[in-house]
Design a protein around this ligand. Sequence first.
Ligand SMILES: [Zn+2]
Length: 149
Amino acid sequence: MNLDRRTANVQYPMVHSMSASSPSQSYQASCHCGLIRYTVVLSPPLHDMQSWVVECNCSICARNGYLNVYVQNQCIQFQTVGLDSNLVEKYRFGKQRVQHYFCSRCGSSLMAESIEPGFYEGVKALNVRMFQGVDLNNLQRRQIDGRSL
Ligand SMILES: [Zn+2]
């Protein structure tokens, strides 16, 4: 078994969805200042052998150090404010397909989602660096070539 957690490349990310049949785990996440908090249920859990997070080389992920998991919207429950709040800043660039969200107070890079119909609709890319109690060094990582998308 290949246990090298750094080298795998992948073209399409795995999307977590609500599943009654497989194991899941709930995570608490927040920006640095706590203004934006949410819980997310991941199936499989982050430390499952089937699970991995995505490092992307696009211009914004490279700058912000995103480590992403992709989840269906229904896996996420916002606890303080939603993304439509003016406490959450929005940012788009380039082809304008993807909107990024960050905290207006502390600047934490929270998540991103496609705003183009039919392109990863109903899915969010969550930055697992916002998750509490997760050892980032123990996660399997895969690289995607977002720069060429
Ligand atoms: Zn904040």
